[in-house]
Design a protein around this ligand. Sequence first.
Ligand code: ADP
Length: 451
Amino acid sequence: MFEKILIANRGEIALRIHRACREMGIKTVAVHSEADANAMHVRLADEAVCIGPARSGDSYLNKPAIISAAIITGADAIHPGYGFLSENADFAEMVEKHGITFIGPTVEQMRLMGDKITARKAAKDAGLPITEGSPALDTIDDAKHWAHKIGYPVIIKAKDGGGGKGMKISFSDNDIEEAYTMAKAEAKASFPSDVVYMEKYLQHPRHIEMQVLADKYGHVVHLGERDCSIQRNNQKVIEECPSPALNQKQRQKIGEIVRKAIAKIGYQNAGTLEFLYEDGRFYFMEMNTRLQVEHPITEAVTGIDIVKEQIRIAAGSQLGYTQEDIHFNGHAIECRINAEDPTNFVPCPGKIQEWHAPGGLGVRVDSEIYSGYSIPPYYDSMIAKLIVHAQTRNAALMRLRRALEEFVIMGVKTTIPLHQKIISQPEYLDGQYDIHWLEKFMEEQSKNKEG
Ligand code: ADP
């Protein structure tokens, strides 16, 4: 087992990884920007190294500085968390070249899955259901040709895309040129390559993803699904496990397809396969080769600590259990709480005057915040994840309502009022929502206000 792990991240996820290491008897090294010197993960780690100025590009994305910090402190592995360098294959390669273990899949697997075009091909070859799509589109005529072949509406995506950027929908020949040109321009501005391709656009799908764990010896298990359809700007807001849209038979069926595909690809470590789900059918969208923000709801339902499993697998341990050993217990829901104005989503950094997190049976709060902490303006505005777990979906919803009521965060605006509103809507209570539901709901709200 590793003796010392460097955590190449910040915020709640750095703290989450630190906690797993601590319980495994592994020492931790925190890295931080100048703006994060007082962060909780820095305070709790065994050692801390400042890796640069506030701007992420100079610190949390600064590969040489992070690797130097690992060498100086004698860390034998690096956990990248999510975001930042977690899906950067070049970083993983540099880490491994220095004799340090990257906690994640192999560099080749990261490259394969990091490119949406090669990932789609690998997924299809491994037997995963997938939307109809095109190869790389070189010209507008190419785009038109494929749009006719696939059938409108279509969505044009950057092959290196992420974070919901660079995706454009086209409904007919009238707007295909604009969609193609804009997707390409956005790809050029945001990603290493401006190559784009096309997929069939599904009009009212749910976002359902499958969590997998695989060791280095070909053992694969799936840990069930997460429904992440409550989204805004292609970003997840509330997630739940299991999905209210699936029955046991459907769950088992997609679980087996995924397990076989992951074994065929030879994937290692934790990963998530994201699907769109419409009219009873799954369509593979992409694979995330890292820990997900919403992993705690799966942990609640399966009792498996996914971060510890990632570390164990990276250290060469066998899974030690099979699919039959995994039991799904109850229902879990996560709310992502952001320091934002809940009416217009403008970030609201600043000093936390008072902080009181909810507790009690089945309530988990993952957060780096403490009373007196100043949220820096440079990073993502998520400041806490509230996760509840109970025996049934109804009981989980009652618990979530109670926990949101107890939460006190003074000094900055947060999205807690939005969560309270969402979870009291009849469609949400009935589990009847697709990926567009939240945006439509918010549009109606603002119309009502104006009227
Ligand atoms: P990114 O890597 O930027 O997150 P994804 O490919 O994962 O992009 O897509 C993000 C979101 O965009 C999905 O959760 C879904 O809401 C929407 N989306 C992506 N592809 C499609 C599609 N073919 N049809 C309908 N919606 C889509």
